[in-house]
Every structure is written in structure tokens, then in C-alpha cells.
Design a protein around this ligand. Structure first.
Ligand code: PGA
Length: 244
């Protein structure tokens, strides 16, 4: 795992955007694995800026998102489809029919999960996967557990995840309790993984990921077994991890 420590959130966002831009510039038809959450918002803003400055072209890019809440339609302002549309897709020249987010309203969740995996496979896998990290070490919505799923799966969200995400909803009770998430299989097969963390709230988990043992109880530690991972972390998030 290559670790890059930067000064602050803005710098993390810029470095991450540059990493992704170089993937797209080297391979205009790249398949990007994208993430939601507070962490990548600044990176998306940087990518939009690069697009407006004509340094980036999304016309041949395809995207597959990590996850979606169960029970929310794509029009719901807390759905991850809505997040992606408003934070990036509506502002660049990516073809909407080349953007994929699991369907949280699918009638048959098992079928939705296996179709999502088939789609990723048909696309030839992911060229670059963006990840945030939950306070509990989750990646996507792969929550700490004795076992981790390889394929896209329906998962119950942990209390700590519901609490962390309640800030976006009117009340904690409105946060969906389940989600569909890409599994570890597609994530670990990505050719490159870019994981981002910013702020003091992530310091404890970043220390555990960098210095701890590999465990399914901290899904992000699995990334140590991938040969092309870059962790871009700001000083606040890195402050408990020692000399890195
Ligand atoms: P955050 O979420 O970017 O909002 O901190 C990260 C995550 O839960 O993966």
C-alpha cells in the first residue's frame, strides 16, 4: 500500500482527482468504480473543474458505483444515484447510460446483485476504484463481520454506520437499515484502488488499517493484499498512525 499524506481535505481531493484523471487520460474508455459519502465530494469538484478546463473527457468512461440504500429510488435526495448525478454526472460529459448504481428498489435483490456482478465482469472489471472508509473500517457497505462477501450483496447496516449517515437525513429513523453493496471480489480485482480519508474522526481507523493485522473485522485491511493501492490521507486522519 502506497501511503500519501497531504496537508488537508482540499489537497487530498486534488491528489485524488489527479490520480483518476491520469487513469482516464491513459485509457479514455476506463471503467471507474466510484464512491459516495462526504469524503469524495471535493474530488468530484476537482474533476468537474478539470472537465470545464477541457483537461478531461468523460465521453467514453463507464462508471460502476459501490453501493445503494435499499428502499430509496434514484430520485430520493439521499439515494446514491441522486448523489452521483448531482455531484458529478450532471456536470460532465459522461453518458448517463454508462453509469451504473445498484437498484435499491429491485424486486428481486438476489437477481439485482448477480446482474450487477455480471455487468462489472462484462465491462472487463474496474480500472480504478475510489474508496472512502467508514469509522468501523467498512469499504463500500461491506461491514465488519466474520465473513466478507465476494459478490454484490444485500447487507444490514451496522448501528455505527446508521449513526454516521444520520447527518444527511432528518432523523436517524429515516436512515435505511439495508443496502446493496459491491463485494470484496470486484473491489479486489480492480486494477488500481484509491482510498481516501480526511479528518480527525478517521484517525483511529486509519491507524488500525495501516498498523494493524489483516482482519475481516476491519474490511479495509484486506486492501493490504492488493498490489496497487494508494491511500491518500490528510494529516488529521494520519495523526495516530505514527511515522508514515
Ligand atoms: P464518509 O463515509 O466519506 O462520509 O466519511 C465513508 C464511508 O462510510 O465509506
Amino acid at each position: 500500500m502506497k501511503i500519501v499524506v497531504v496537508d488537508n481535505y482540499d489537497e487530498m481531493s486534488k491528489v485524488a482527482a489527479e490520480e483518476l484523471a491520469s487513469v482516464i487520460n491513459n485509457k479514455p474508455e476506463a471503467v471507474l468504480g466510484l464512491a459516495t459519502g462526504g469524503t469524495p465530494v471535493g474530488m468530484y469538484k476537482e474533476l468537474i473543474k478539470m472537465y470545464n478546463e477541457k483537461k478531461l473527457d468523460f465521453s467514453k468512461v463507464t462508471s460502476v458505483n459501490l453501493d445503494e440504500y435499499v428502499g430509496l429510488s434514484g430520485d430520493h435526495d439521499q439515494s446514491y444515484r441522486y448523489f452521483m448525478n448531482t455531484n458529478i454526472f450532471n456536470h460532465v460529459n459522461i453518458r448517463k447510460d454508462h453509469t451504473f448504481v445498484p437498484n435499491g428498489l429491485a424486486e428481486d435483490m438476489k437477481e439485482e446483485c448477480s446482474n450487477y456482478d455480471k455487468r462489472i465482469e462484462e465491462l472487463g472489471g474496474i480500472d480504478a476504484q475510489i474508496l472512502g472508509i467508514g469509522n468501523n473500517g467498512h469499504i463500500g457497505f461491506n461491514e465488519p463481520s466474520d465473513e466478507l462477501s465476494l459478490g454484490t450483496n444485500l447487507t444490514d447496516l451496522q448501528e455505527s454506520t446508521i449513526e454516521a449517515n444520520a447527518r444527511y437525513f432528518a432523523s436517524k429513523e429515516e436512515v435505511p437499515t439495508q443496502a446493496l453493496t459491491m463485494g470484496l471480489g470486484a473491489i479486489m480485482k480492480a486494477k488500481k484502488i484509491i482510498i481516501l480519508a480526511s479528518g480527525e474522526a478517521k484517525a483511529e481507523i486509519i491507524d488500525k488499517v495501516i498498523n494493524g493485522k489483516i482482519t475481516t473485522q476491519i474490511p479495509a485491511t484486506m486492501l493490504h493484499m492488493h498490489s496497487n493501492v494508494i491511500l491518500i490521507v490528510d494529516k488529521e486522519a494520519a495523526k495516530l498512525a505514527g511515522n508514515i
